[in-house]
Design a protein around this ligand. Structure first.
Ligand SMILES: *Cc1c(COP(=O)(O)O)cnc(C)c1O
Length: 523
């Protein structure tokens, strides 16, 4: 325990290796320990000089505040340093490879940012007269065209604000279609290989969720699925490529069987990065699928920015899509269809997902990304994403068990289990060891079908040199876990915080600020 400049008690290197020279500041070399802004600047100080008579007669009269509100008083350099130091405690894609499986943490081209910051896109308001935002509506319309073309689907709802929100949008459209035909189906089937948001979405929409097992090859068990189909099944939700990083080869056969039984097919398309430009989901009989613009079409995400989850629809579901949507009325002119009229939408829309049209900043970035790659470039995106994942798979499989590797290549992510590490060691030790090597850990313990799963998605934007460096670090940490290197249990040693109690952090979060002395007393 030591006191830093501001008199705050800090615990440098909590739980880590003992440092022969503990610092008085809590800082570790150029990694700076940062107190809360309220601890740095108390309300006794102010960061600027006020003229003595500046307060004069208050125009607020009796309404003038007499109590202090305890805002911190900091100068401009103090404020900038505070936030810049905080930003350095985050790992981000601009610092290094970010191999979180299923998350598609790819480089965000700066051209996207330049376009999104153009005042005509950045400074508009959703309540502006439509005549004054024709360019922005044009961007939404153009992006919608690309999404429909890339997926081979006739309609798209642009307003859902993230992948999971898109899933809800798709399921609500399925429910509206079933209600229209007076069909009270209550069950949604979700295979084990689906993303966790799929069963959550179906349950949230009021459906009973039933599991469909995976085959030993990590794909949907078609026979089990077919056997379960019947008049109570509203539909299926299938993640493709699935969370084992594998393409569901039976997709068309599954769609046909579900349609035959009167249900609808929802596909989780968050992993579209693996197939963009190569597979059109419309050809696979899918009725609704969300795309994560913030994954496949870049744009910062993951604690760092908003998402966007447009949903493409088949002919059968298109009439039930949510409002609003953009319609082209002439060369360079667009209107926003905000209300249902018999002529516009046949009165079948299930309603709205959001107050307005969707995430304009994401739309601008995604369209920039798509247009700067073009159709051929997007095809290469998926090819390189898959190549990079297979390079990692084949570079690790002699050391780590890769349960589905013997049956063929993977798609955009490589899956390993922790079988073969020493007793008392698990995936979490490998993940924490990677932090000390300067890499964000991979997705851990997911999917559940694999013991101690490690899901690694490099994306297409990493160079071979960067991937080789990651593989070398990954191999060395795995070798330590296999050799039973006890020091791994204490990793990470070189992060702003060492190993935290993950259960307590999740189950007993401290959401209210307490003075350090109080917090200690409460423990
Ligand atoms: C990321 C992801 C989601 C959820 O998307 P959000 O934008 O985080 O809501 C759903 N399914 C899969 C397969 C994903 O990878």
């Amino acid at each position: 325990m030591s006191m830093n400049k501001q008199g705050r008690q800090t615990q440098p290197h909590e739980g880590g290796a003992s440092d022969p020279h503990p610092t008085t500041t809590g800082n570790r070399a150029l990694m700076l320990e940062e107190p809360l802004i309220f601890e740095i600047g108390d309300s006794e100080r102010t960061g600027v000089d006020w003229p003595a008579d500046c307060w004069g007669e208050s125009r607020l009269g009796d309404l003038a505040r007499l109590e202090r509100i305890d805002l911190p008083g900091l100068s401009e350099p103090e404020t900038i340093r505070h936030y810049t130091r905080l930003s350095r405690q985050n790992y981000g894609i601009d610092l290094g490879l970010f191999p979180l499986g299923s998350c598609t943490m790819k480089h965000n081209p700066r051209l996207n940012e330049k376009m999104a910051r153009l005042p005509g896109f950045a400074d508009i308001h959703p309540l502006q007269p439509v005549a004054s935002v024709q360019g922005a509506l044009g961007v939404i319309h153009e992006l919608a065209h690309w999404l429909k073309t890339l997926t081979g689907m006739p309609a798209v709802a642009m307003s859902p604000k993230a992948g999971a929100h898109g899933e809800l949008c798709g399921i609500l459209a399925i429910r509206a279609a079933l209600e229209k035909r007076g069909d009270a189906r209550q069950v949604v089937l979700v295979p084990e290989s689906a993303h966790g948001t799929n069963p959550a979405t179906a349950a949230f929409a009021g459906y009973a969720v039933e599991d469909i097992p995976a085959t030993s090859e990590g794909r949907v068990d078609f026979d089990a699925l077919q056997k379960r189909l019947g008049p109570d099944v509203a539909g299926v939700m299938i993640t493709n490529p699935n969370t084992c990083g594998l393409f569901e080869r039976d997709m068309k056969r599954i769609s046909d069987a579900v349609h035959e039984a009167g249900g609808f097919v929802y596909c989780d398309g968050a992993n579209f990065n693996a197939i963009v430009g190569r597979v059109r989901p419309g050809d696979l009989g899918i009725d609704a699928m969300h795309l994560n613009l913030h994954k496949t079409f870049s744009t910062p995400h993951g604690g760092g920015g908003p998402g966007s989850g447009p949903v493409v629809f088949s002919e059968a579901l298109a009439p039930f899509a949510p409002l609003p949507f953009v319609e082209k009325t002439g060369e360079g002119s667009f209107r926003l269809v905000e209300e249902e009229t018999a002529e516009d939408h046949h009165g079948d829309s299930f309603g709205r997902m959001t107050a307005f049209h969707g995430q304009m900043g994401m739309f601008t970035r995604a369209l920039t990304y798509i247009m700067s790659h073009g159709a051929d470039g997007l095809r290469q995106v998926s090819e390189d994403a898959v190549l990079n994942a297979n390079y990692i798979l084949r570079s690790m499989e002699d050391l780590l068990e890769a349960p589905f590797a013997p049956s063929g290549p993977c798609m955009h992510e490589a899956l390993f289990s922790d079988k073969g590490v020493a007793d008392g060691f698990s995936t979490v030790d490998i993940a924490k060891g990677l932090i000390d090597e300067g890499f964000h850990p991979m997705t851990m313990y997911f999917p559940l079908v694999v013991h101690g799963a490690m899901l690694v998605e490099p994306t297409e934007t990493e160079s071979k040199a960067d991937i080789d460096q990651f593989i070398a670090a990954f191999r060395s940490v795995v070798e330590r876990a296999k050799a039973g290197d006890e020091s791994l249990h204490g990793a990470p040693y070189h992060a702003p915080r060492s190993r935290l109690d993950e259960t307590a952090a999740a189950r007993k979060p401290m959401l209210v600020y307490q003075e350090p002395a109080q917090a200690e007393a409460a423990e």
